[in-house]
Design a protein around this ligand. Structure first.
Ligand code: SF4
Length: 326
């Protein structure tokens, strides 16, 4: 073999080695992605199952009307419920409903095509609420309040016509925390978005099976499942700025202090009425000393309250007072 043939052979060997390394790297990445997707899938299904069980959202024989907007959350809800329907120990049926509000540019064929591909029973309700809202609301004013009121009324009617026993909405954990903060910041009340409620007309039970799910997980799931997302800005209405700001705020907090959104969310189900100040819910006026020690009772001067120094300092101060008194 001459020198030139040697060089060619060496180059071919190097190219082969590079290709092999590349293929190995790609294989490793694909395995990691599959592993992560599997973990995400398990987490989502577990959290939805848990929320359904904790709040008795779906019962044997229920017909669940899954409201589908074409956004990532409602696609994920439908997807997960369809999977769970196959394995659930109870029998329930699903009907997907989309309200086509006749917003300009709404791609009418996207949802029916997707729903047919999933083999799910569905109904598209066509109602031109867009024209009603744009005619009634002056330009530049927010249309969402009237729009959602109209949508709600239509969906209740459709649920009745379809014989649905539950109406499922795609709100998730972050929506619930944001709603609670918005009510506190702008409405001066401690009120959130419940996982289950009776509709304002008293006729329907509304459920939120994604109550325990983080929005970031839904974003990843939507990419993984390649949902044909319909943009939510077709109506031309500005997003509710306050909601957007609060959402950003809790995401920033969560980055800085991981787990903060979860803690706020958990707090919503872990309430001490005696430690708030709603006189309608707790009989502060009639409170009397019981004379009986209660290990679970309130420790009025320590732990919960900060003396302005470190928490350790607060504890020591109380200890000293006790010793002095003795
Ligand atoms: S963003 Fe548009 S579609 Fe959504 S509630 Fe507001 S006006 Fe209606």
């Amino acid at each position: 073999m001459n020198a030139s043939a040697d060089t060619q052979a060496l180059r071919a060997a190097e190219a082969f080695a590079a290709e092999t390394a590349e293929a190995a790297e790609a294989n490793k990445k694909a395995k990691k992605a599959a592993f992560e997707a599997n973990k995400l899938s398990k987490r989502l299904h577990r959290q939805v199952g848990q929320a359904i069980a904790d709040f008795n959202m779906i019962e044997d024989g229920d017909k669940v009307m899954v409201c589908l907007s074409g956004g990532k959350d409602s696609y994920a809800m439908l997807d997960i419920l369809l999977n769970m329907q196959q394995r659930a120990p109870i029998k329930f049926s699903i009907v997907a409903v989309n309200l086509d509000q006749k917003q300009p540019g709404f791609p009418e064929d996207v949802l029916p095509t997707y729903l047919k591909s999933r083999g799910v029973d569905f109904h598209i309700e066509e109602q031109d609420t867009y024209s009603i809202v744009t005619n009634l609301i002056p330009e530049g004013k927010t249309m969402c309040s009237l729009c959602s009121r109209l949508r709600r009324g239509i969906l209740y009617r459709v649920a009745k016509e379809l014989g649905a026993t539950k109406i499922a909405l795609g709100h998730h954990r972050d929506d619930m925390v944001v709603t609670m903060l918005m009510n506190m910041f702008f409405g001066s009340r401690l009120k959130g978005m419940p996982p289950k409620l009776v509709s304002d007309n008293g006729e329907h039970v509304v459920i939120r099976p994604l109550a325990y799910v983080a929005e970031t997980d839904l974003e990843k799931w939507a990419v993984h499942r390649a949902f044909p997302i319909i943009p939510c800005s077709l109506c031309g209405s500005q997003d509710n700025l306050q909601r957007v700001q609060i959402k950003q705020m809790i995401r920033d907090w969560d980055k800085q202090y991981p787990g903060r959104i979860d803690n706020m969310f958990t707090a919503m189900g872990n309430i001490s009425l005696s430690h708030l100040m709603d006189r309608k819910l707790f009989p502060f006026a009639s409170m009397r000393a019981t004379g009986t020690p209660d290990p679970q009772g309130d420790k009025a001067f320590d732990e919960d309250e900060d003396c302005g120094g470190t928490s350790g300092g607060s504890g020591i101060a109380v200890q000293t007072i006790k010793l002095d008194l003795a």
